[in-house]
Design a protein around this ligand. Structure first.
Ligand code: B12
Length: 475
């Protein structure tokens, strides 16, 4: 069959990201013997025209739309992304009569609501490498999409799903040939790092999180040697910055260590990044191995520095782990971004103060700190159940497609936003979601690339903020 995969994401906030999932889907279709193209809408001036042209010229029989984001997770200025997906799908159907398949990270989070809204023929609930080839085979023979595990359909107004088969091992399916599908130079101009994911699954029990829903709780690990091969291929294609986008990079610890050893024994010249370190497993052994492997930036998703809040969030670590991680980070040279999420269950003014104190006292001033306010709620999570129980959530699961946030009853939203804004004004290495929404951010990345600045740009947070503010720019 002829298969066109369309990457819908056009968001440049906080920066443009490569449509990794769409590349995996395209590679899976190609690997199954289908004539496959990928249309990446990220840099298209007129997405509808680009899609119409692709449909007219290529005449795909299946159009697989990849939807990455539902919204921007920003309580103050929410942006909702699936807006034009339905009209683009209708356009594809009108132009070439293709069957419409909906997949992507957003779909794994809220499949039914997105399928209803988009009007696609069916949706894929998770990993394209495992599901798409089987689905394409069924579509080619005119069979029932629902016979394939990991799909959902709406028939006579009723949604039905065939659950994912999480026993399917992951492997090289997660390492597509990015250069075949994407304009890598366009992404380089936006200082976008190429994403690689070395495992599926997440065994942790964070109350707000959807990762285990789409990937299961058991790890399915890719062999580090395959990740190395993917790194080499990216480097050969001119990519210098590679970001490991695992749900948690340093768990299992041994897998991360093995990957780092392999990367340091086989230097490729790539600079590595990850924003997904769990504090419990962030120790000297790991940071040393990461430094030797060539990591140029790391992020620690700490969320809170209060034990009560960490427990209420379902976190596997406590303040002592954060303190230990901070001390270990201070003994190494890799720039670090600390990520906190304030306003969740159990949060009070005192616990917010404790988190801010940690950020002021334990984080090096050369490192950056990001604060997110409130917690985006998704159906099927323990947080949703808790909010319903508390009476603070009355929307139906379908209505939760539009951004809906949890805020602790002991916290006033205006107070929280002002407290974070004040802390950000006083500490030049702090940023909050307002910083991610700054309209000139994309231009800043392009300028930095032009000036030869190396990633990660956020390691210059305090200098950038100072410089911009001295020019009278809100930063
Ligand atoms: C790493 C990451 C980031 C990094 C990206 C770094 C980089 N260099 O790419 C950073 C920090 C920059 C980031 C930013 C954001 N992110 Co983010 N991010 C992730 C994370 C952890 C991994 C993403 C990834 O690359 N996955 C690997 C790829 C292969 O998986 P995938 O895209 O899901 O694709 C698979 C399937 O969905 C499916 N598939 C995909 N497309 C298609 C198409 C077809 C046809 C088919 C059949 C199947 C299919 O197959 C793929 C292979 O398994 C995910 C969580 C997660 N576990 O996925 C969140 C996630 C994708 N992010 C999310 C969000 C909200 C954002 C932001 C909007 C938040 C913000 N305000 O900063 C921004 C948006 C950035 C942008 N410009 O679009 C949400 C999106 C869904 C939602 N809730 O809206 C997620 C799911 C987290 C969550 N549960 O809330 N993110």
């Amino acid at each position: 069959m002829k298969v066109l995969v369309i990457a819908l994401n056009r968001s440049r906030q906080p920066m443009a990201v490569m449509p990794y999932g769409a590349c995996v889907a395209a590679q899976a279709a190609l690997g199954a013997g289908h004539e496959t193209r990928l249309l990446d809408l990220m840099f298209e001036k007129d997405p509808a025209r680009a899609l119409e042209r692709a449909c007219r010229e290529f005449r795909p029989e299946v159009a697989g739309f990849s939807l990455r984001n539902i919204d921007n997770n920003d309580i103050r200025t929410p942006v909702f992304y699936p807006g034009d997906a339905a009209s683009l799908m209708a356009l594809a159907r009108r132009t070439c009569g293709a069957k419409i398949v909906l997949g992507g990270a957003a779909v794994a989070v809220m499949p039914e609501a997105l399928l209803r809204r988009s009007g696609a023929d069916c949706c894929v609930l998770g990993d394209a490498a495992a599901v798409f080839p089987r689905l394409l085979a069924v579509l080619a023979s005119g069979g029932d999409p629902l016979s394939v595990p990991g799909t959902g359909v709406i028939t006579a107004g009723e949604y039905s799903a065939n659950p994912l088969d999480l026993s399917v091992p992951s492997g090289s399916g997660l390492f597509p040939e990015f250069g075949r599908w994407l304009d890598l130079r366009a992404y380089a101009r936006h200082m976008t790092s190429a994403p690689l994911k070395t495992k599926l699954g997440c065994p942790f029990g964070c109350v707000y999180c959807t990762y285990p829903v789409g990937e299961g709780k058991a790890y399915r690990l890719s062999p580090p040697a395959e990740a190395l091969r993917a790194v080499r291929e990216l480097v050969a294609g001119g990519v210098r910055d590679i970001e490991f986008v695992d749900n948690v990079f340093n768990s299992p610890h041994a897998h991360a260590m093995e990957l780092c050893s392999l990367l340091s024994a086989n230097r490729t010249g790539a600079r590595f990044h990850t924003m997904e370190l769990n504090p419990e497993f962030t120790d000297d052994a790991l940071l040393g191995a990461m430094a030797r492997a060539g990591f140029a930036g790391i992020g620690i998703t700490a969320e809170s520095a209060d034990d009560g809040v960490l427990a209420a969030l379902g976190k596997n670590y406590r303040l002592e782990h954060l303190a230990r991680a901070a001390a270990a980070v201070a003994r190494h040279d890799i720039p670090c971004m600390w990520i906190f999420m304030v306003g969740g269950p159990g949060e009070t003014k005192e616990t917010v103060a404790r988190t801010l104190d940690f950020a002021r006292q334990r984080v090096r001033t050369s490192d950056s700190v990001f604060f997110n306010a409130g917690v985006r709620m998704y159906p099927g999570t323990p947080l949703e159940a808790a909010a319903r129980h508390e009476g603070s959530l009355t929307k139906t699961p379908a209505e939760m497609l539009e951004p809906v946030f949890y805020l602790s009853p002991a916290i006033d939203k205006a107070w929280l936003l002002e407290t974070l804004a004040a802390a950000t004004r006083e500490n030049m290495n702090f940023i909050n979601s307002d910083s991610l929404a700054l309209p000139y951010l994309s231009g800043l990345y392009a300028l930095a690339h032009f000036a030869g600045v190396k990633q990660p740009l956020w390691k210059h947070t305090r200098h950038l903020r100072r410089g911009l503010m001295s020019l009278g720019v809100n930063a």
